[in-house]
Structures are given as C-alpha cells and as structure tokens.
Design a protein around this ligand. Structure first.
Ligand code: 5GP
Length: 123
C-alpha cells in the first residue's frame, strides 16, 4: 500500500490545521472545505478504504466517531447537528486512500447525494 498525503500530515512533513491528536487518531481542517466547518478525522494506522477495515480495527473506527463527537461538543455544534461521511472508492467519491471521516457543520446541509438532478444528468 503506497503512502498518501495523509501520512505526511501524520508525520508533520506537511502542515495542516490540527484540531486534535492522540496515539490513534488525528483531526485536521479540510484544505477545501465544503461547509462552514469541515474537518477530517483519520486513524494514524493506514487503512486504504472501508473495505479494508479488519475485525481488529472495529474499536479504532469507533474511536474516530468519538473524536468527531468530542470536537463537535468543544466547538459548539453538537446540538444543532452535523454530518459525518466516509467515502469509499470511486462511486463513493473517495480521492485519498487512507480512511477519513469528514465532519461537516455550521449550516443545514443538503440531502440526498443522489438527487433527481444528478440522476437525470447521469442517464
Ligand atoms: P475524499 O474525496 O477522499 O472523501 O476526501 C479527501 C479530502 O481530503 C478532500 O475533502 C480534500 O479536500 C482533503 N485533502 C486532500 N489533500 C489535503 C491536504 O493536503 N490537506 C488537507 N488538510 N486536506 C486535504
């Protein structure tokens, strides 16, 4: 499995706006935000996609959600609400092959991702 840009953020060889760090996980602001608040929570262990999560990784993946909830509380958007998304492979829109939880907040967010407009444009 080859390195991704996130390995460089983990080892601090490239800069990121880091919001949280512990032995297992790192959270940092997304470089191209898609909402007023948009950050990523990643495991330090490199797991390429959701399809590569092993049985032993279950607690680690749960930890990513716990980090997201801690930051939502700290930053004051927990009760108004937010979106978490983990994209998988091409159809899921994944571009970095190191799993990451997107956390989006700050305004009401659109749903669904497969809208009538998109459906028509793909037909
Ligand atoms: P994906 O498309 O794989 O679900 O999400 C990858 C995310 O990583 C994108 O939202 C993209 O903006 C973000 N990203 C890609 N490269 C960098 C980077 O170098 N720094 C930061 N902070 N975010 C990045």
């Amino acid at each position: 499995m080859s390195d991704t840009i996130f390995d460089k953020i983990i080892d601090k060889s490239i800069a990121a706006d880091i919001l949280y760090e512990d032995d297992l996980a790192l959270a940092f602001a997304d470089i191209n935000p898609q909402a007023p608040v948009h950050f990523l929570v990643i495991p330090k262990k490199r797991i390429a996609t959701i399809n590569d999560i092993s049985k032993d990784d279950r607690e680690l993946v749960g930890h990513l959600y716990w980090v997201a909830a801690q930051l939502a509380d700290q930053k004051g958007f927990a009760s108004e609400g937010f979106r978490t998304v983990m994209n998988c492979n091409e159809f899921g829109g994944q571009s970095v092959y190191h799993i990451h939880l997107h956390v989006l907040a700050g305004k009401p967010l659109g749903w669904p991702p497969y809208s009538d407009e998109l459906k028509e444009s793909l037909e």
